[in-house]
Design a protein. Structure first.
Lengths: 317, 417
């Protein structure tokens, strides 16, 4: 029920209570006239975010410019840590491994998430049961998922080894092979991450108007051309947001890789994030770890800007 | 309004020192969860008994796992805030002494008997100062599956030459003759423990007193050659060892897909609690010389005091209690090997259940040594693992792998701090 003065639940909202103090009254008037109220209200949240997001970045930049002993700064060395990294073959290799891991995982995760989202968007029975089952890998912690796959892939007693034995295949080394360890990690990461894009894409698919598909069908579009011509342009914002989120996640991943391979064999799975962990928390070379961490931070920014640029260029809706 | 006033008074009274609980609360970082498991239950009982004996002290037990305790303690010390008592693995003691995250105990220790320890009092002394009280001991022994060895008609090997032959006889795609781990995961702990003892048995060491790698010596070469021979010449192990961790070897022994492996004695009871049961046996580690027992490094958890403890007297009281013979009998029954000599006088140690622990105590009394590990020890493990993997996967010669270890480690220690 609405009255002329507004909805019933808001009755009396127009009657602004007179502030008791003069100063308070002036402040309120100033806020209203200068339209500063939104900024004032945002201030606590901005301060909090600043403290928990920007201060650590500042701290990492600062400490990366020093030589350290454990967590204590001992001498200012400027950009020496970065210069050393750029000439270090180990660092360059870790950079390449990070790119392979992140982009390889992305190349599998997004299409797989999209494929399942499209399937779940169809009118099928037991849809919610399938969705629940498909989400399970995403609910596991990286440690649990890593240990689970270590067991499955164990070349001595793992069930996959048993199946391959029964099929008459020779012995597979799985994670003990320098050639296979990284591809296996990408597959395991894909397995545990694809449900997130799946859920986000499915939510986005539900916003595509049916009329567009009807019109496309009348124009003679196939399912495939409808997907490229109607679906994808309509949900491109969601796709890009998901791509940014998962890319950041993949570049920052430590636990899954460390639990499964520790960066080996022959350092073939040592990504930048694993290197940060080893430098900072195993070898206690905090400045070196911070410098590598800043490189990851820059990578994340570069990839995010790239996605945003692509998104703006191809903005159809 | 009246209600608010009453609540404010109540809060103020509750926070006042005189009104608050009179007991001093100390914070204790434990390495395992205090839950309903046998050792979790044992810890609950021990802490309750301590609190009953010392009504003026309360202990808050916080679980900080092995993988994070060192980093957390060093970070806490840098921020000026540490717990009162912490359980630290003895390998990390020198790291914490160097980082200044723990403090010497000498000024707080009461009339503790310095001679009542299986290993010398000085084993946890750094720069003349006592930093830790050992909680339990363990060493890297040979664990084997009796059923698998019997089936193959193989005797338990006592030297590495015998091991090569025996494990080579057993090894097949289904069962690995000798299991070991070269993975960098889990801080390469299974490799470090093995390599540490092998160098000792060969009469050398990996690092010098200043923490620089001196691995390129006959002892180091013996170890690397053993790795190469086990996988290559003797075909006693498969290349899968490259990805093996402590956990993988443990599971292999439990399931009988690994016939023999080196492993800490603390895993013995847990292994026998699996399907392996009585088929899981232990033996002293093989040596390089027939008839000569292999010396071993004794490892284990220790109690230390945080640098910024607020209650040192209460903390030391708790540490002394936790290492008292009375408590050590309880932890022995839960599978941990006591550090105090007098603990072994308890009647429980005369039971068959305690026979393995009795034998271990005798073995380390004769052949045990406590090593002191420089702060770069874990980094050394990462590099040693990587280069040992090269021997197994790429056929790098043991001498070349050793040279790489020395170069990489010394370079890493010198730069990028």
């Amino acid at each position: 029920m609405r009255s002329a003065a507004g909805p019933a639940w808001n009755a009396g909202a127009g009657r602004v209570r007179e502030p008791r103090g003069r100063a308070a009254s002036q402040l309120l008037r100033a806020m209203q006239s200068m339209r500063v109220a939104p900024y004032v209200l945002l201030l606590p949240a901005l301060t909090l975010v600043g403290l928990i997001a920007f201060y650590p970045v500042y701290y990492a930049v600062d400490i990366s410019l020093y030589q350290t002993k454990f967590l204590q700064k001992t001498a200012f060395v400027g950009l020496a840590q970065y210069a050393r990294l750029l000439t270090s073959p180990d660092f360059l290799r870790a950079l390449g491994t990070s790119l392979l891991y992140a982009l390889g995982s992305l190349a599998l995760t997004l299409p797989l998430g999209m494929a399942f989202a499209l399937l779940l968007n169809r009118p099928i029975r037991f849809k919610s049961v399938f969705r629940t089952i498909l989400i399970i890998p995403w609910t596991l912690s990286q440690t649990v998922a890593g240990l689970l796959w270590l067991w499955l892939l164990n070349p001595s007693y793992g069930p996959i080894k048993y199946v391959l034995d029964q099929l008459g295949f020779g012995q597979f080394l799985f994670l003990s092979s320098a050639d296979w360890a990284l591809p296996i990690l990408v597959l395991v990461n894909t397995w545990m991450t694809f449900p997130l894009p799946m859920i986000l894409f499915q939510a986005a698919l539900q916003t595509v108007p049916q009329e567009l598909y009807d019109a496309a069908q009348m124009d003679g579009c196939t399912a495939w051309t409808s997907f490229w011509g109607v679906t994808l342009p309509f949900i491109q914002n969601s796709v890009m947001a998901t791509a940014i989120m998962t890319t950041l996640h993949f570049f920052n991943m430590v636990t899954l890789i460390y639990v499964m391979t520790g960066g080996g064999p022959l350092d073939s799975t040592q990504t930048l994030s694993v290197r940060v962990f080893l430098d900072a928390f195993v070898n206690f070379k905090v400045a070196s770890g911070a410098a590598v961490g800043m490189v990851i931070f820059l990578l994340n920014i570069v990839f995010s800007l790239f996605y945003i640029r692509v998104l703006r260029r191809g903005d159809l809706y | 309004m009246k209600l608010i006033r009453i609540a404010a008074w109540a809060l103020a009274l509750a926070c006042a020192p005189g009104f608050a609980a009179a007991a001093t609360e100390i914070v204790f970082w434990n390495n395992f969860k205090v839950d309903k498991s046998p050792r979790g239950q044992a810890m609950t009982d021990i802490v309750s008994k301590f609190e009953a004996k010392n009504p003026d002290i309360k202990v808050r037990v916080e679980t900080v796992p092995f993988a994070t305790v060192d980093a957390n303690l060093i970070q806490g010390a840098a921020a000026g805030n540490t717990p009162d008592v912490i359980k630290i693995y003895n390998v990390a003691l020198s790291l914490h002494v160097a980082a200044g995250s723990i403090q010497p105990l000498d000024q707080y220790l009461g009339k503790i008997d310095k001679t009542d320890w299986l290993l010398p009092w000085d084993s946890t002394v750094f720069d003349g100062k006592k930093y830790a009280l050992p909680s339990e001991y363990r060493f890297f022994a040979l664990m084997y599956r009796k059923d698998v060895l019997d089936k193959a008609g193989v005797q338990v090997p006592t030297t590495w030459d015998e091991m090569c032959k025996a494990a080579g006889t057993i090894n097949s795609p289904q069962v690995m003759g000798y299991g070991f781990g070269l993975s960098q995961s889990q801080a390469a702990s299974i490799l470090l423990e093995w390599a540490d003892d092998m160098a000792l048995a060969a009469g050398g060491s990996w690092l010098d007193d200043k923490g620089r790698a001196i691995a390129n010596n006959p002892a180091g070469l013996k170890f690397m050659t053993t790795v190469a021979d086990l996988v290559g010449k003797c075909k006693a192990s498969s290349q899968a060892v490259v990805g093996y961790t402590y956990e993988a070897v443990h599971q292999g022994l439990a399931g009988g897909t690994i016939a023999m492996a080196g492993m800490g004695t603390h895993r013995y009871e847990a292994l026998r609690a699996t399907a392996a049961k009585d088929n899981l046996r232990w033996a002293p580690p093989p040596s390089f010389e027939k008839g000569k027992a292999a010396p071993v490094h004794v490892l284990g958890w220790t109690f230390v005091m945080g640098k910024h403890t607020k209650h040192p007297e209460a903390a030391i009281k708790f540490m002394e209690y936790m290492t008292s013979p009375e408590v050590q009998v309880v932890i022995a029954k839960a599978g941990e090997m006591p550090t105090r000599k007098s603990t072994y006088n308890d009647p429980w140690f005369k039971t068959p259940e305690a026979s393995a622990m009795r034998d271990w105590a005798q073995y380390i009394a004769r052949n045990g040594k406590v090593g002191q590990y420089p702060s770069g020890w874990l980094n050394f493990g990462q590099i040693l693992a990587s280069e040992s993997q090269g021997i197994v996967l790429k056929g790098v010669s043991p001498a070349q792998a050793l040279a790489n270890v020395v170069e990489r480690y010394n370079k890493a220690q010198a730069e990028g701090k």
